[in-house]
Design a protein around this ligand. Structure first.
Ligand code: COA
Length: 159
């Protein structure tokens, strides 16, 4: 049973992330989507909120679970028995950061491989910051995030 983890900040999850998860499901027997608690970012949503949003979006996918982790991604991968770390590559601009991270993770845990997947072209320009920014301006984000995430963003910005 080949298990992979898909780590990220997911603040919030977008259709671009879900596209990567769908592709990963075709390759691995099971996927753990894992929310990083400490990335040096200041998330809009709490860890619990990000986990709950992901669970709601992914509830129909039998072989996908959601959790969170604090610490090194390779340690979490080992803890859950994953053999691979999934990362999305949207554009060339992602490459340098991802390459560095993949090589460092390989140095830390040579038995865990990073697998890069490309989302559909329509998501290459998408990231969570843009979605948060658009939602803050009350703009239509329905092409970018599922309805539960759109509602959560609306609630956040009403406060
Ligand atoms: N669709 C849409 N957006 C995407 C995307 C996709 N397919 N893939 C990535 N993104 C966006 C994210 O929304 C995020 O946007 P934002 O910066 O505007 O919020 C951005 O790309 C970065 O995404 P993410 O994949 O969440 O990476 P990250 O840099 O925030 O965190 C971790 C990545 C969690 C893997 C990394 O911080 C980590 O490993 N932390 C643990 C510490 C560790 O192990 N360090 C050693 C590794 S060298």
């Amino acid at each position: 049973m080949a298990k992979a983890i898909y780590p990220g900040t997911f603040d919030p999850v977008t259709y671009g992330h879900i596209d990567i998860i769908k592709r990963a499901r075709e390759i691995f027997d099971s996927i753990v989507v894992t929310v990083a608690i400490n990335t040096g970012k200041t998330p809009l949503f709490t860890t619990q909120e990000r986990v709950e949003m992901l669970k709601d979006c992914l509830k129909e996918f039998q072989n996908v679970s959601v959790d969170s982790f604090d610490g090194l991604v390779v340690d979490h991968a080992k803890n859950v028995g994953a053999v691979s770390i999934i990362r999305g590559l949207r554009a060339v601009s992602d490459f340098e950061y991802e390459f560095q991270m993949a090589l460092m993770n390989r140095k830390l845990a040579g038995e865990i491989s990073t697998v890069f997947l490309m989302p559909h072209e329509k998501y290459t320009y998408l990231n969570s910051s843009i979605v948060r920014s658009l939602a803050g301006f009350n703009s239509d984000i329905s092409d970018f995030v599922p309805p539960n995430v759109r509602n959560a963003l609306e609630r956040k910005f009403k406060k």
